[in-house]
Design a protein around this ligand. Structure first.
Ligand code: AMP
Length: 362
């Protein structure tokens, strides 16, 4: 099929790499020639003279997007002509933290206590109800920990509110978690579902640095609980494609933090680590093909993000069980430039490779 992607970053690039062996063609909307997906398909570059979204719609049989910040009205408009997966319902829900929390509440999925905040007075009311510590986050467009303020004492309220720059915000109670996990799943057009194993994520300065797959010591019950939450969300939003939920593991069980209606950085390990990668499964889902198996190929897998600078990438190539993925981006502080996957049959083999690559860790 002719697959169109709104956006041309590394997610689109990895979708294309997965789509070509299945015989598909790819097209993207891009802001410039330099974006990671541009060389991997037809690129409609926004140059102010032509409507690149319109061009993509005419050139595609099915459309998907790379970011939850995609304009819902545009998606509604183009889906009259060309199917867009995931649909507007998933996009509308997941681009606003308040709407996400409301759907978690409605479906009985545990999440942090929260209140929407539109003024300093609202913030005071929310803090009185939720208590401290708490986290104030922008309701939309936050990523990699941006647009967040951890409030520990009452005298920080004004500073926290000012840091939101007047936009709608949400106050969340602070969750005392043991570790952060994520679950990636895919739903087909025919309502079939596949789930990857829960993985463990380590962040630094709000940016994902390391994913280990599967997460260690996850009982069957916990995996099933996470899959149950996921299934109710997939079905409620009539989601087609990959959906990711980020969770906190606490002593009282799983608490859902947020979700993303797309392939996710914490699923990059699946390219070499699973029978079918998240990218291939997303492509299969949106093209109406049977979904692929999600089981791990080896006992242990880890994914290290390459952030800000490329570093000693030859070290990766020297290892027998590591794979390098560079996205073709220039170096900039905090920027995701690539990732490394390590696969191993034993924990010591995994740790040996992680130690050899410690230059990539913060
Ligand atoms: P988010 O953008 O919501 O994923 O938040 C970024 C990071 O902040 C998460 O990965 C957590 O480490 C932390 N965080 C977010 N929300 C909470 C919360 N309610 N309680 C404790 N930590 C949180």
């Amino acid at each position: 099929m002719k697959i169109g992607v709104l956006g041309a970053g590394q997610l689109g690039r990895m979708l294309a790499i997965a789509a070509y062996p299945l015989g598909h063609q790819m097209a993207f909307t891009a802001n410039s020639e330099d974006e990671p997906s541009v060389l991997l398909g037809k690129a409609f570059i926004s140059d102010g003279t032509q409507d690149s979204t319109e061009q993509l719609t005419s050139a595609s049989e099915v459309i998907t997007f790379e970011s939850e910040n995609t304009d819902v009205e545009i998606v509604k408009k183009i889906s009259k002509k060309t199917p867009v997966y995931p649909g507007a319902k998933s996009l509308f829900t997941t681009q606003h933290r308040g709407r996400e929390k409301a759907i978690f509440d409605n479906l009985g999925i545990p999440c942090a206590p929260y209140q929407m905040v539109n003024s300093l007075a609202d913030l005071q009311t929310a803090v009185d109800a939720i208590g401290l510590p708490a986290i104030l986050k922008t309701a939309t467009e936050g990523y990699d920990g941006k647009g967040q303020f951890v409030i520990r004492s009452d005298d920080q309220l004004e500073k926290a509110w000012l840091s939101m720059h007047g936009v709608e915000a949400i106050l969340e109670g602070f969750v005392n978690f043991k570790r952060e996990l994520s679950l990636i799943a895919v739903r087909g057009i025919d309502n079939s579902h596949k789930y990857y194993p829960l993985v463990e994520n380590t962040h630094h300065n709000g940016i994902l640095r390391l994913t280990t797959a599967p997460a260690e010591n996850i009982s069957v019950k916990v995996q099933e609980q996470a899959e149950h939450y996921m299934q109710t969300l997939l079905d409620e939003m009539e989601h087609v494609g990959v959906l990711t939920i980020e969770l906190f593991e606490t002593s009282d069980g799983l608490v859902v933090n947020e979700m993303a209606p797309r392939v996710h950085n914490s699923g990059h390990w699946s390219i070499e680590g699973a029978r079918t990668s998240q990218f291939e499964n997303h492509v299969r889902a949106i093209t109406g093909s049977p979904l692929g198996e999600t089981a791990c190929l080896q006992q242990y897998c880890a994914m290290i993000n390459i952030i800000g600078e490329h570093g000693p990438v030859d070290k990766v190539l020297e290892l027998g069980n590591a794979h390098l993925h560079l996205y073709g981006k220039s170096e900039r502080k905090g920027r995701k430039l690539g990732h490394i996957t390590i696969t191993a049959n034993t924990l010591s083999e995994l740790n040996k490779a992680l130690n050899a690559l410690d230059a990539f860790m913060p």
